[in-house]
Design a protein around this ligand. Structure first.
Ligand SMILES: [Zn+2]
Length: 344
């Protein structure tokens, strides 16, 4: 019974429960649908919210992108500008740098070359000096040592210009040969001494410098040079073999006079560069040396003790040096260069 009652009771309870169940299901459904609705609403709400957020985000992204693009364009512009400036600077620096280096290199090379030339020249000078001192056979031609030589010969002095000429020679560290006229030697004795003391060479250039009296006879020519030599000995204490014939050893002087002078141990020196300085200005004098003195191995330059020649001497020396000539004074041992010997 209890079981039946219990069963009925259970049934009744179940019935109530099932009613409640239904109720609760309906509620649930209702609640669920309400919930669903509210969820949908909420989702929609959120969706719209998200959409706006998304839109905002998109917009921000777009803006950011635009800004980034703008910025990157700006950066690119800056980068290109900086790169261009750097490249130009580099090119400029490189170009000018290279130019400067090239100039420096050229200057350096020039200095080295001039030093080498100087060394070579000094070596030859030393050799020349040693050979001159110790050789039993005296040097008859400096071309044995030097490639190109030049003798600067200065005629008709001494004079008021002698000291200036000596100063210019000294300043340029070169020596010349002075062919002097007897009466001038007497007038300018101190100048004769100066020439001798300075290591320049002395030669004789007659007493009268007159064609008619000088080349009258063999004797008259010889006497003029002997008298000159006496004056030299009186002033300097020695005589010399070196002579220059006024107007040249040809055509005024005869062969017999030439032979007479040679037999009396005179060494006759003519020239192969006539600057014609007695009738020229300084520019013309220098120009004549330039024209004549480039290809010949041996130059004998003729100038006189004249104002314009004094002015020209510095440039004459420069021209000779730049053309590679070793400027030397004439020595008594050198083989005489004259029109009779046909060796100039
Ligand atoms: Zn003369």
């Amino acid at each position: 019974m209890n079981f039946k009652k219990q069963g009925l009771k259970n049934k009744a309870t179940n019935g109530i429960n099932s009613k409640n169940k239904w109720k609760s299901r309906t509620d649930f459904k209702k609640r669920n649908s309400k919930h669903k609705i509210s969820s949908i609403m909420e989702i929609k709400k959120y969706n719209s919210k998200y959409k706006s957020i998304l839109n905002n985000a998109n917009n921000r992204l777009k803006n950011a992108n635009r800004r980034f693009k703008n910025n990157s364009f700006k950066h690119t512009k800056w980068s290109i500008s900086i790169l261009a400036v750097l490249m130009i600077s580099f090119l400029l620096v490189f170009k000018f740098g290279e130019g400067r280096n090239l100039k420096e290199a050229m200057n350096f090379t020039k200095i080295q070359i001039s030093r080498l030339e100087e060394t070579e020249s000094l070596k030859r000078d030393k050799l020349f000096s040693i050979v001159s001192k110790i050789s039993t056979r005296k040097i008859s031609d400096p071309l044995e040592v030097y490639d190109k030589i030049a003798y600067i010969t200065i005629d008709d002095g001494p004079s008021q210009y002698t000291s200036q000429l000596l100063d210019i020679l000294d300043k340029n560290n070169v020596k010349a040969t002075f062919f002097m006229i007897g009466p001038n030697m007497k007038t300018y004795k101190d100048e004769v001494k100066k020439i001798s003391d300075s290591g320049n060479s002395l030669g004789l250039h007659s007493m009268t410098h007159e064609v008619k009296s000088l080349y009258k006879t063999e004797k008259s020519t010889l006497e003029e040079f002997d008298t000159c030599n006496d004056i030299l000995k009186e002033i300097c204490g020695y005589k010399t073999r070196l002579i220059r014939i006024p107007y040249g050893s040809k055509p005024y002087m005869s062969e017999s006079i030439y032979n007479s002078l040679v037999q009396n141990n005179y060494a006759i020196w003519d020239w192969n560069v006539d600057t014609e300085d007695w009738k020229s200005n300084t520019t013309q004098i220098v120009s004549s040396v330039k024209v004549a003195g480039s290809d010949k191995k041996k130059l004998i330059v003729l100038i006189h003790e004249k104002k314009q020649s004094v002015k020209a001497l510095d440039d004459i020396i420069s021209v000779l040096k730049s053309n590679g000539y070793k400027i030397l004074p004439i020595k008594e041992s050198y083989e005489p260069q004259n029109f009779w010997n046909n060796n100039i």
